[in-house]
Design a protein around this ligand. Structure first.
Ligand code: PHB
Length: 424
């Protein structure tokens, strides 16, 4: 598997990333926060020195919990990183700016979805900023680097997107949790959806890196198991969007259907190119829901009618989801997508842990136990953690109508990733 690719240097964002305006609550400023933190530290240190007393756990807890956000804020996955950050901060704001009674201090690094820079970027947060918890990331190749460092340092890591199967599979660990999905998870049910429609021969097309390979593997497993005949794989390097030659090849193969994994800016371009090549009329297009989530403002007509499977949908019509969508749209002036939900749920999971230890993040055992048994009251529908620390969740079939991925039905109820190789 190709998790690693050459890349340019990831850039670090020391001041708060310029996310859309949040009229509901003030944005934190690292500069100010750092200053506050230093002043508080000075005061505590002076007092301790004066009294010749050790700093008590209570005063340690009066300090802010240090949260390292490592996400892509530039490149093809930039929007995804921003939506995750927005969702996380919305949940924190709804709790008065505190989780488990602790205020948060954010340290932010733009990982640019560049696997080659993952170790250096992760170490900025772990070694230099000494964060209490790492939140990241989006790209499975970058995630591989983060997982390795989090394991080596026993840093608490919550994955708010990247599906890297091994993170909650062969590399699973007590200190690593995921609030999103495994790459296998949303693609596997699409296999049965297509097989049940009598589709026999499929061409898959995806970016050639961990996420694309694992999504296609999950789809293929579900498809063959449900009676499909063949899946022929076509690949394009990440994050290339020059699809023309591949579209010509698909036209000449003439499969019954096409299944793809693309996301973010690349997904928007693919939808338009597939349509412009005239293939929509002759060869139906399907994918995991990343194809159409967060891109519908940019795609409009060419996306209409596309069917995908994912753990979130528009029009779920639950009270929880309606409240979340109203709050998110008010705070950020546009509608949430799956990435916003995942960021939101990341803060809910951390909140469950910190509540249980009243903000004392050093009580690692109790914190992890609380996170393991948390039932997350998510906008996507309530979900629980598998033994391997991955959500057990419903996967929805959705269809693009206007600018929404409309709920069609539940493609697979309470689906757990097989967690192959996990020994937790
Ligand atoms: C991944 O690399 O795991 C990944 C990236 C973007 C998505 C989904 C998965 O939308």
């Amino acid at each position: 598997m190709e998790y690693w690719s050459n890349g340019v240097v990831g850039s670090e964002i020391r001041s708060q990333h310029a996310i859309t305006p949040t009229p509901q609550f003030p944005e934190e400023e690292n500069v100010k926060v750092d200053l506050d933190h230093r002043l508080k530290y000075l005061a505590v240190a002076t007092l301790a020195a004066t009294c010749m007393l050790p700093i008590s756990p209570a005063s340690a807890q009066s300090q802010k919990a240090r949260v390292g956000l490592m996400l892509p804020y530039t490149g093809t996955y930039a929007q995804l990183g921003t939506a995750i950050t927005n969702g996380f901060k919305l949940a924190v704001a709804e709790r008065g700016g505190k989780l488990g009674g602790r205020e948060l201090e954010y340290f932010t690094v733009d990982d640019e979805a560049e696997p080659a820079k993952a170790p250096e970027n992760t170490n900025k947060l772990v070694q230099r900023d000494k964060v209490d918890v790492l939140v990241g990331t989006v790209h499975s190749g970058v995630q591989m680097g983060m997982v390795k460092i989090a394991k080596e340092n026993n840093t608490l890591l919550i994955i708010p997107n990247a599906g890297l199967d091994a993170a909650t599979g062969a590399l699973c660990s007590p200190n690593i949790f995921r609030t999103s999905f495994s790459n296998w998870q949303p693609s596997y049910p699409m296999g049965k959806v297509l097989a049940d429609r009598g589709i026999k021969n499929v061409v898959s097309l995806a970016w050639k890196y961990g996420a694309g390979e694992e999504a296609v593997a999950g789809f293929t497993e579900g498809f063959i198991k449900a009676g499909g005949k063949s899946v022929r794989g076509l690949w394009i390097p990440f994050p290339n969007v020059e699809f023309q030659a591949l579209l010509t090849e698909i036209a000449s193969i003439k499969p019954d259907a096409v299944f793809v994994f693309f996301a973010g800016g690349g997904a928007a371009k693919f939808i338009k190119d597939y349509n412009a090549a005239g293939l929509r009329k002759t060869i139906p297009l399907f994918g995991s829901g990343f194809l159409t989530d967060g891109v519908l403002d940019a795609t409009e007509e060419p996306a209409q009618g596309l069917e995908t499977t994912l753990h979130y949908a528009d029009g779920l019509n639950s009270k929880r989801d309606r409240e979340f969508r109203t709050a998110y749209s008010k705070a950020y002036t546009y509608a949430p997508d799956v990435y916003a939900v995942q960021g939101y749920d990341t803060a809910l999971l951390l909140s469950a842990g910190l509540d249980a230890v009243k903000g004392d993040i050093s009580k690692r055992k109790e914190l992890i136990a609380a996170m393991e048994k948390a039932k997350i009251d998510s906008p996507r529908g309530a979900w629980t953690m598998s033994k391997a620390h991955n959500p057990i969740q419903d996967i929805y079939l959705r269809k693009v109508v206007g600018r929404e991925n409309k709920f069609v039905n539940i493609a697979h109820k309470a689906l757990a990733d097989p967690a192959r190789g996990c020994k937790l």
